[in-house]
Design a protein around this ligand. Structure first.
Ligand code: PXP
Length: 245
């Protein structure tokens, strides 16, 4: 039987759509989106509470920590402020990511080698509350080794560069992800992947035998608009015709 890869649905961009109107609209309702994602088979909901709060807000984290019916994975930077939030709301997982204010999205992997001491201190604190940790890194053996040495439970390989490459360069990057996955699994680390995955690249990445989890956000929200707009326009036509939906 084919192995089951956990699907983490990143709902940050549903929150982005709400925040472009100042966060004042009742839609999109993140709890409703979570329930619909779970109905579709989501194994996990992933959110990134960014320092600049450009999409997910602390109130969303609170709500989801109380009501998310599947695993909750909190992506966050390695700062004291974020550690306090994680210890307060106790998601199932914390995924450490680098964060720069000006970036459009998480642009590169975390430098675990450089942040080893601070990350190690943080994940020990998380463990006291039973929170597991993963490190969002480039497929680089030094970074995997550092993640293992600080006691992380998993690594999440950054697929964002691979999905944009073409030809030989793309093959080479996939090979790096495969080798890093083998190495991580040999150390007993969970192997996760994410960033920029769409229908095509998700199909390709699933071939990695060690892969346990993927986290997908932007394409899921975009595809949802494509497949959902038909029903919503129908709803409005009914309303305008004086009917209930
Ligand atoms: N994994 C991590 C660690 C991320 O930071 C992101 C983006 O928030 C994702 C996965 C999902 O990336 P995308 O939205 O491009 O699918």
């Amino acid at each position: 039987m084919a192995k089951k890869i956990r699907l983490g649905v990143n709902i940050d961009h549903a929150a982005t759509l709400r925040q472009v109107r100042g966060g004042k609209t009742s839609y999109p309702n993140l709890l409703e989106i979570t329930h619909q994602a779970v109905l579709g088979g989501a194994d996990q909901i992933t959110i990134h509470l960014r320092e600049d709060r450009r999409h997910i807000q602390e109130a969303d984290l609170k709500l989801l920590s109380e009501s998310c019916p599947v695993l909750l994975n909190l992506e966050m930077a390695c700062t004291d402020e974020m550690l306090k939030k994680a210890l307060k709301y106790r998601p199932d997982w914390v995924c450490y990511v680098p964060e720069k204010r000006q970036e459009l999205t998480t642009e590169g992997g975390l430098n675990v080698v450089k942040l080893k001491r601070e990350l190690g201190r943080q994940i020990d604190r998380l463990l006291t509350k039973g929170i597991e940790s993963s490190m969002f890194i480039e497929p680089c053996l030094d970074q995997v080794k550092a993640a293992f040495e600080i006691g992380a439970d998993a690594v999440e390989f950054h697929t964002g560069h691979w999905v944009l490459l073409k030809g030989k360069k793309k093959e080479k990057e996939l090979q790096r992800i495969k080798e890093a996955s083998q190495y991580a699994a040999s150390l007993g680390l969970g192997v996760h992947a994410g960033h920029g995955l769409d229908y095509v690249t998700a199909f390709e990445i699933r071939e990695i035998p060690e892969l346990e989890e993927v986290n997908i956000g932007h394409s899921i929200i975009c595809y949802s608009l494509e497949v959902g707009i038909h029903q919503v326009v129908r709803n409005f036509q009914r309303i305008l015709a004086g009917k209930r939906i």
